[in-house]
Design a protein around this ligand. Structure first.
Ligand code: WT7
Length: 706
């Protein structure tokens, strides 16, 4: 056939280009996901086969609860949910009008820069103002905002403090003035590294009051982790405390900060609070010029500080969280949208009233503490309880005593804690009066039905509804959750989407399925504004899986016949240890720094208490393999994890193996490592470059831990 020009045979050229375009699309679509999707699907399918969603028992809300609830019955939920999906802008605008705005917005949702969504464009507000001043304006000034229960000090007495909304205004304003006196202003970032004391909430709210971006670093993180976060965010200061109590011990936080900021050029000041004013427990060395005692600065400023107007999309905070690759990423949250997510989820999911005492046991170092200790409860004018210490000190009844003493009405904790309570025995619960409770919540990881039922019977006296809330740092607030006066619950299921959340379970091609990957279609107000300093990584990690049409949270899910969602756990290389999110790549990066290590693979395995634990498989360099003492090296590697991440990230076990199971293209088949660790029959090994490797690993795994 003669080659014809375009003008002679346009149909030929057109159809050829269509064929080429389609082929390119197919190739690109095959290549897009960064992680091996088939492996992930297998995990979800396996969970389904193991009867993950088999609990058929249904617990409808009691008529008592419904009678008092804000939204009543499934019809009530469905009506609001339908509106939130059909008319999201109308729905969210109506909710937002319940909050204080200094200037109205011009547009509810701007999708023009998708996936960088803007909410309430042009609206001016302030989150601390809404949490405090707006409550005082409603007449709640003398109401208790924060109830603090410290851990018993070595003297044996717990410190109890009650801070009213008016006192909170004074504390936060003074704190904000201290920050201003350090020349910190709107748009600057500061890191906060503190124990669970009211001053932590003051610090966070003080930042919000003047538009300083806070980056709270959980007190369990190491100096190196603080350093990385301070440097990534260019934080101008670190706010810390001499220390805090845990299990009777004084943890000297300031010392850790000293070590961290040695290598932080952006950090000009370390502002240090005293755990007990006037009698510091830990000797702090103060570096002159850099380190400042908070109480000295506070004495020089007033307790009046006007709230700085924030445009709704101005940055409110950064919170670092783990992903499947590289170092933790700084998740950005804005002001207005996040505020609305925090407000509405506390209002509807915890049905919070201003006579509630709400206790969320999470540390403010995690997102749960941001949304459900600090911002959300105060936005609803509730009282919130903060507890400094551990659940098992001085004894296993600590939590129940706190609930009894303070008459906590809504209690929110993690499945890992519930499993520990079960292990400690029911007698600790029975000794206390928990009749003040009216609602229970669960968060952080999938809750196994046994733990759910125990929680329901023993803590909730078969009377309190349980809300199992699925969400993540990136979502700002609850996404999939029962509404307590509406949704009949099934133990182990997070049930149905929250208002405005358009959730689906998809397969690798983006088709709806009943066991696959969780996906969210529409933006919601609390959605992250992205990853600090890395727009590309945000798009790649969350928006590239299904051609940009859906947000990919990284979790597997099953949808049952009633449309209920059951979250099966992470499908990427993130492991959820006791509700703490840890990227396996982070541990692998630590191990490789040891000169004896050639390569490693870290995986998540089932753990009775923690939900998941970390298991490390390490290959030694040939030169070291024969001579190294494995027990000593394991200790060294664990110490490296403590120093580079934090003790909570230690693996359950480090297994030294001759090789790792790899495909011919060199990819580690982590699934086989999971099969070995969980003592399952091995999956397909035919794609392995050397199938004999798995047997060698299995044998090494079977020999007692070093
Ligand atoms: C990951 C997010 C959300 C605040 C605490 C953790 C897992 C969270 C549930 C739940 C099943 C859950 C998911 C999620 N997760 N809640 N109710 N059921 N899984 O925030 O550190 O950002 O971790 O925690 O895997 O992706 P995070």
């Amino acid at each position: 056939m003669d080659i014809k020009t375009f003008s002679e045979a346009p149909w030929l050229y057109l159809s050829l280009s269509i064929v080429i375009a389609f082929a390119t699309y197919l190739i690109l679509r095959r290549q897009r996901p960064a992680t091996a999707i088939n492996e992930e699907m297998n995990d979800v399918k396996q969970a389904a086969a193991e009867g993950f969603s088999s609990s058929e028992e249904i617990f409808p809300p009691s008529s008592d609860f419904i009678a008092k609830a804000r939204v009543k019955g499934m019809a009530g939920y469905q009506k609001l949910y339908r509106r939130s999906i059909d008319d999201p802008e109308g729905f969210w605008a109506d909710e937002a009008k319940e909050l204080t705005w200094f200037e109205p917005w011009t547009k509810v949702l701007d999708e023009s820069k998708k996936p960088f969504f803007k909410w309430f464009v042009g609206g001016k507000t302030n989150l601390a103002y809404n949490c405090i001043d707006a409550q005082i304006a409603k007449g709640l000034g003398e109401k208790v905002a924060i109830v603090f229960e410290g851990e018993p000090t070595p003297g044996g007495v717990a410190e109890i403090r009650k801070i009213t909304y008016r006192e909170l205004l004074s504390e936060v304003s003074r704190f904000a003035n201290v920050l201003k006196s350090l020349d910190l202003k709107k748009g600057d970032t500061v890191a906060i590294y503190m124990p669970m004391v009211p001053e932590l909430a003051f610090a966070v709210l003080a930042c919000a009051r003047i538009g300083v971006v806070h980056s709270v670093v959980f007190g369990g993180f190491s100096a190196e982790s603080i350093r990385d976060r301070v440097n990534d965010a260019n934080s101008k200061a670190v706010i810390t405390m001499d220390g805090g109590y845990r299990r009777g011990k004084f943890l000297p936080l300031k010392q850790t900060v000293d070590e961290a900021v040695k290598d932080c050029p952006s950090c000009k000041h370390v502002l240090v609070l005293q755990r007990h004013l006037g009698k510091p427990d830990a000797a702090c060395t103060m570096q002159s010029g850099r380190d400042l005692w908070y109480h000295e600065r506070a004495a020089q400023v007033t307790d009046v500080c006007p709230a700085v107007w924030q445009e709704s999309n101005d940055m409110l905070f950064l919170l670092y969280t783990s992903g499947s690759t590289g170092k933790p990423k700084g998740i950005i949250h804005g002001t207005g949208g996040y505020m609305l997510q925090a407000y509405t989820t506390n209002k509807y999911v915890f049905d919070l009233r201003n006579d509630d005492l709400f206790w969320c046991t999470a540390d403010v170092g995690w997102v749960t503490g941001h949304t459900y200790v600090v911002y959300g409860p105060l936005l609803n004018g509730a009282s919130v309880l903060m507890y400094e210490g551990a659940p098992d000190a001085p004894d296993f009844g600590r939590f129940w005593k706190i609930i009894q003493d303070h008459k906590v009405s809504v209690f929110y904790t993690a499945p890992t804690a519930i499993r520990a309570f079960m292990k400690w025995g029911d007698e600790w619960v029975k000794k206390h009066d928990l009749s003040s409770l009216r609602l229970l919540g669960s968060v952080g990881e999938p809750i196994n039905p046994e733990a759910w039922l125990w929680y329901h019977r023993n803590i909730g006296a078969a009377r309190c509804p349980i809300v199992d809330t699925w969400w993540q740092t990136e979502t700002g607030g609850h996404m999939i959750t029962p509404i307590p006066g509406c949704t009949p619950t099934k133990p182990g299921s997070a049930t149905l989407p929250f208002f405005g959340v358009d959730a689906a379970v998809l397969d690798e091609n983006g088709e709806e399925t009943d066991s696959g990957i969780l996906a969210i279609r529409k933006p919601w107000p609390g959605i992250t504004q992205g990853i600090y300093g890395d727009e590309k990584r945000y798009i790649e990690a969350y928006w590239s899986r299904w051609g940009g049409k859906y947000y990919f949270p990284g979790d597997g899910a099953i949808k049952d016949k009633d449309g209920y969602l059951w979250i099966t756990g992470r499908v990427d290389d993130v492991v959820n240890v006791s509700g703490h999110r840890i990227g396996t790549a982070e541990l692998e990066a630590v191990f490789i720094e040891n000169e004896a290590v050639a390569e490693s693979a870290v995986i998540g395995v089932k753990h009775d208490l923690k939900g998941q634990g970390l298991m490390a498989f390490v290959i030694l360099k040939t030169a070291h393999a024969k001579t190294v003492n494995e027990a000593n090296l394991a200790k060294t590697l664990n110490n490296m994890v403590d120093a580079k991440i934090g003790k909570f990230a230690r693996p359950e076990r480090i297994v030294f193996v001759p090789d790792l199971p790899k495909t011919r293209s060199g990819k580690i088949m982590r699934r086989l490592l999971r099969d070995i660790s969980e003592d399952r029959e091995l999956g397909n090994v035919s794609t392995l470059a050397d199938p004999a490797v798995v047997e060698a690993i299995r044998q090494k795994f079977a020999t007692p831990a070093v």
